[in-house]
Design a protein around this ligand. Structure first.
Ligand SMILES: Cc1cc2nc3c(=O)[nH]c(=O)nc-3n(C[C@H](O)[C@H](O)[C@H](O)COP(=O)(O)OP(=O)(O)OC[C@H]3O[C@@H](n4cnc5c(N)ncnc54)[C@H](O)[C@@H]3O)c2cc1C
Length: 437
């Protein structure tokens, strides 16, 4: 039986950065990654021609860790013969489609250590010859063993109440937006609701106005208007590595205060360019006497009902209408974000894929798993265990830059690789002792 040093769940940006760090730091850990999709294409559910990225392109998979890396965005542009043209665009932010190509390009360098179309179905903690190991089973029943685990499956989509009670094909999360449009094969979309006040909500409204100009599209916003992202360079320091030290050391009350202060740097807010474009689009619709995009301001969605083939009924109140309004939609798109670790509404205590690992992990009073500074799960004292790292899921312990952003991904990958290197070196003699006993 082959035992890998490390098994990696997911081969998106976070674990691709680990593959690069493993090579460039000379750690040479034998890692096997498992990716459920056919490729490592990035955010395929939200790929529109005009959308750009929100991180500076040099905060890529490697540059902040190793500016001389061959896996940088700059080297990607150079290799593709587009460096001068890209610079000539004068755009600070690269197109999302191009960044996805960059991520796939880096991933291809590590193809030998990845199983694609291999969704991880379960992870179990086992002991073989006295050595604690992870046993990973993929959807097709293949089994792999590893001395450590890195979980980087991305965050779980947040489906808020009352939609969490529905099981309707007419209800989708933003992750499934483009694949859902593709399945329509040009058939009219009908009446559409877009729920949420995020960057994604505004982008989806804009895209629908372009590609489905005859569809009535309602944007449900809890706020009076879509908010502008807080782009102050002062608050932008939340994405600095030093912020992780401040946040990790903070008390629960300090963390809450920082979360409140910094929320609009990344959540429930959109960039000025898409806000201006959407405002102009609606103005143009009004000029033409055909307003199809409607913003339901200061709204509360009170109930949602599955109407079978007729879609979903939403009952809502809004500052601009009396009482409760019922409206039927052929498609409801939830641009409502993702779950962080935690015990509050919209959070999860641990990633579902780690249910078996949690029996070994320390939890707080609410049952939420605890994370060390090096992104490993804090394990219970005295229980032999194999190390397990969370890569890209730790906003509640490490702060805003951890899960929803590229900014710290390159540096985090070095912390994880170095942590693994140390833990596995310590573990090896213990495993030999256990085997001898
Ligand atoms: C629409 C959108 C746009 C964004 N744009 C930006 C941006 O411009 N800049 C920025 O800094 N951040 C952006 N983000 C945040 C972004 O999600 C992260 O920066 C980045 O994608 C995180 O990488 P990740 O590898 O942690 O997660 P993901 O990108 O989600 O990758 C996780 C991977 O794991 C795979 N996977 C999941 N479960 C399993 C399983 N059970 N078995 C096998 N494989 C599995 C998935 O298929 C996926 O490939 C954006 C997010 C969204 C939703």
């Amino acid at each position: 039986m082959e035992i890998f040093d490390v098994l990696g769940i997911g081969f998106g940006p976070a674990n691709i950065a680990v593959a690069a760090a493993n090579e460039e730091l000379g750690a040479n850990l034998k890692i096997r990654f498992f990716e459920k999709n056919k490729t490592s294409a990035w955010q395929v559910g939200m790929q529109f021609g005009q959308s750009d990225i929100q991180n500076h392109p040099l905060r890529d998979l490697v540059t902040p860790r190793n500016p001389r890396s061959a896996y940088s965005f700059t080297n990607f542009l150079h290799t593709k013969g587009r460096l001068y043209e890209f610079l000539n665009l004068g755009k600070t932010y690269a197109l999302r489609t191009e960044y996805s190509q960059y991520i796939e390009w880096v991933a291809e360098h590590f193809a030998d250590s990845v199983s694609y179309e291999a969704a991880v179905r379960s992870v179990e903690c086992v002991r073989i010859d006295g050595q604690p190991l992870y046993k990973l089973t993929t959807a097709n029943g293949s089994v792999f063993h590893g001395r450590a685990l890195i979980a980087a499956p991305g965050r779980t989509p947040h489906i808020p109440a009352p939609f969490d009670q529905l099981d309707s094909p007419a209800l989708i999360h933003l992750n499934d937006f483009i694949p859902t449009l593709a399945k329509q094969r040009g058939k009219p979309l009908g009446k559409v609701a877009v729920v949420g006040g995020s960057q994604s909500a505004v982008e989806i409204l804009l895209h629908l106005a372009d590609i489905a100009p005859d569809s009535e599209v309602y944007g449900f916003s809890r706020a009076f208007g879509y908010r502008m992202k807080d782009a102050s360079p002062f608050t932008g320091e939340v994405y600095f590595p030093e912020f992780v030290d401040t946040y990790y050391a903070g008390t629960s009350a300090q963390k809450k205060r920082l979360d409140r202060d910094l929320r609009y740097t990344n959540y429930s807010a959109a960039d000025a360019d898409v806000l201006d474009a959407l405002y102009l689009k609606i103005y143009q619709q009004k000029l033409a006497g055909q307003q199809k995009t409607v913003i339901v301001r200061s709204s509360n969605i009170l109930a949602a009902q599955d109407l079978g083939p007729d879609g979903v009924r939403i009952s809502y109140s809004s500052i601009e209408s009396e009482g409760v309004t019922d409206s039927d939609f052929d498609l409801v798109i939830l641009a409502t974000g993702f779950k962080n670790l935690g015990a509050a509404e919209g959070e999860e205590k641990f990633p579902a894929i780690l249910a078996d690992v949690v029996q070994f992990s320390a939890t707080d009073a609410d049952g939420v798993i605890q994370i060390n500074k090096d992104y490993s799960i804090v394990m219970k004292e005295g229980l032999p265990h194999a190390p397990c790292y969370l890569n890209g899921l730790c906003e509640n312990s490490h702060g805003m830059g951890d899960a929803g952003s590229f900014s710290l991904l390159a540096l985090r990958s070095a912390v994880i690789v170095n942590g693994l290197r140390e833990q596995l070196a310590e573990q090896a003699p213990r495993a030999l002792e256990a085997k001898a006993a």
